[in-house]
Design a protein around this ligand. Structure first.
Ligand SMILES: Nc1ncnc2c1ncn2[C@@H]1O[C@H](COP(=O)(O)OP(=O)(O)OP(=O)(O)O)[C@@H](O)[C@H]1O
Length: 253
């Protein structure tokens, strides 16, 4: 597997008005790897995740300094088309948020917004995306029924299918299984593993076992800083910093 940097974060600082939520972050997100962001509540994991596709732009009073280079291009540069950026770097949230429409229309939504009208092509995209999200077999007979009738775990996989339909390059996942039961969680974890063949994935998780199970690289956040990051196995077995050790062994957080 290639070992290529997909997103390079350099000297990143973020302020919510006069509160500094991220401090001088330097981190490389590698292509086709799963990077887990771990750390206690309020340490800045979600804020950091949202800097990667400029979701924080939607929050009033936010100021970002530093660089986020996606394939070498700064996503905070003046001429960046944010809609296009968010197509390349898509996001899945903590609670599944399907649109109140059919399963088919949920998945076809993004492609339609991007101008695809051909029914055969949309059918193909819907099937491919649902297969990739490991949901096709469960919903193929009810594509035109409401997405809200699906279970929580199915809804989350539908949200992943909806994202895949617009062919992103990077998937950002903010605690994607925290609202799900253990079986659905396992399915999502298997799916994430499967998806890294084709996508670069960054996941926020509170669940240390999940981070250890699914990620290749882990970054430990504390008070808006990255204390250390590296191969997950190293972080979990031989952390360099005492603060990381305290956290992963459960003495803190
Ligand atoms: N919109 C906002 N306005 C002001 N402060 C914010 C905003 N969003 C987050 N913060 C603050 O920034 C800090 C980091 O929050 P963030 O949600 O990124 O942490 P987190 O590590 O993801 O926490 P959790 O694990 O609890 O979700 C916290 O102190 C939080 O209160």
């Amino acid at each position: 597997m290639e070992n290529r940097v997909k997103i390079d974060i350099k000297n990143l600082n973020l302020y919510y008005k006069d509160f500094q939520a991220l401090r001088d972050i330097n981190l490389s997100i590698q292509a086709n790897k799963i990077t887990a962001l771990i750390g206690p509540s309020g340490c800045g994991k979600s804020t950091f995740l949202r800097t990667l596709n400029r979701m924080n732009d939607l929050v009033e009073g936010v100021r970002v300094e530093g660089q986020v280079l996606l394939d070498g291009q700064d996503i905070y540069a003046r001429d960046v088309d944010v809609v296009h950026l968010r197509k390349r770097v898509g996001m899945v949230f903590q609670r599944p948020n399907p649109f109140p429409m059919s399963i088919y229309d949920n998945v076809a939504y993004g492609p339609r917004v991007h101008g695809i009208k051909n029914r055969r092509l949309l059918d193909e995209i819907v099937e491919r995306s649902l297969r990739q999200a490991a949901l096709w077999e469960e919903v193929r007979d009810r594509l035109f029924k409401s997405a809200l009738g699906l279970s929580g775990g199915q809804q989350q996989r539908l949200c992943i299918a909806r994202l895949l339909a617009v062919e992103p390059e990077v998937l950002l996942m903010d605690e994607p299984s925290s609202a799900l039961d253990p079986i659905s969680t396992l399915k999502i974890e298997e799916l994430i593993q499967e998806l890294k063949k084709d996508y670069t994935i960054v996941i926020v998780t509170h669940n240390m076992q999940q981070a250890a199970r699914v990620s290749d690289i882990a970054a430990y956040f504390l008070n808006g800083e990255v204390v250390e990051w590296g191969a997950t196995e190293e972080i979990f077995t031989r952390p360099r910093d005492r603060r990381t050790e305290d956290y992963i062994t459960g003495r803190f957080g």
